[in-house]
Design a protein. Structure first.
Length: 316
């Protein structure tokens, strides 16, 4: 009898152990957030020097901060080492820098920007930054879609190659609202599918997406569109909400709201898809709210940080 009960106890213990192991493995398999909560002071209407931006990012719980190439270029090796050590102590990494090349206008302006690009890229590379991003105008007054596409592919291929020589990736953002792409005679790229075509035509390993929840929403896209991407396809992300009571096709690009402020944009679906694909880059608020500019700096950043944390909590 003693042998029977001992055996039963052993089997029960073993079953419980196997069940626990299965639960543990399931938990390990469950995707977790890898992207960082990024601070871009200009994007939220806050004035701050590069040094101040790093201090503010650490104080308000951000996890990445925008690199300023001009400032970084002026640092001595010792000064840069001190800066990076301070960021590490605050558990901060670099997010993405804007692209200083004007590729949407004249050829002369484009070529002038390309002359300055190597120095810009070198400064970011020296500091350990790896991401640069920009946006595309969704319409043109005189260039047809095909002509505009060819021009963008040629110019952005040159940009991507110059950045790749310094270990930098290039994120490209499409602008989704109908009120934007219908503003000129010739509509241009304003959906993820069209941007995929452009990136394929650019044909550079470091070219990918700057995704924005606002443009994803106003382009009538779904989580399935996001899930068609891989982590390696996405360079950086912007997070916003939209005003209530306005049909999607009547939304205006510079009238947005803080993340998770209205619930109009399905940020749980948007961020959940980023979690699923294992996106590991920066996610930055870009609400275009004029009132933030009029608030004291700390108050504005507290609102932005709170909104970002509320949105991130949807997938944590």
């Amino acid at each position: 009898m003693t042998t029977f009960f001992n055996r039963r106890a052993l089997l029960g213990t073993t079953a419980a152990g196997l069940a626990g192991l299965a639960v543990g493995r399931a938990a390990e398999a469950e995707p977790r957030r890898r992207f960082t909560m990024a601070l871009g002071c200009g994007a939220v209407g806050v004035r701050a020097s590069p040094q101040e931006a790093i201090e503010l990012a650490g104080r308000f719980g951000f996890e990445s901060v925008e690199p300023a190439a001009d400032y970084l270029a002026g640092l001595t090796d010792g000064g840069l080492s001190e800066l990076l050590a301070g960021m590490k102590a605050k558990k901060l990494v670099w997010s993405a820098s804007g692209l200083p090349v004007e590729f949407r206008g004249t050829e002369a302006a484009f070529q002038e920007g390309m002359k300055r690009l190597p120095a810009f890229a070198g400064a970011l590379q020296r500091a350990g930054a790896t991401r640069v991003a920009t946006w595309l105008s969704p319409s043109h007054a005189s260039l047809t879609y095909s002509a505009n596409f060819r021009q963008h592919a040629r110019r952005l291929r040159e940009v991507a190659k110059a950045l790749d020589a310094h270990g930098l990736r290039l994120g490209l953002e499409y602008v989704g609202p109908k009120t934007s792409w219908s503003a000129n005679r010739f509509p241009f790229i304003h959906t993820m599918a069209e941007m995929k075509d452009l990136i394929a035509e650019i044909n550079c390993r470091n070219a990918g997406f700057l995704l924005d929840s606002w443009h994803w929403h106003t382009a009538h896209e779904t989580p399935a569109d996001l899930l068609s991407l891989r982590n390696s396809d996405v360079v950086c992300c912007h997070l916003n909400d939209a005003p209530k009571g306005i049909p999607i096709d009547q939304q205006v690009d510079n009238r947005r709201d803080l993340p998770a402020a209205t619930g109009v944009i399905d940020l749980k679906a948007f961020l959940g898809a980023l979690v699923t694909i294992g996106y590991d880059g920066p996610v930055m608020a870009e609400p275009f709210r004029p009132d933030l500019r009029s608030l004291p700096r700390d108050e504005a950043l507290a609102l932005v940080a709170g909104a970002m944390k509320k949105a991130f909590a949807l997938v944590e």
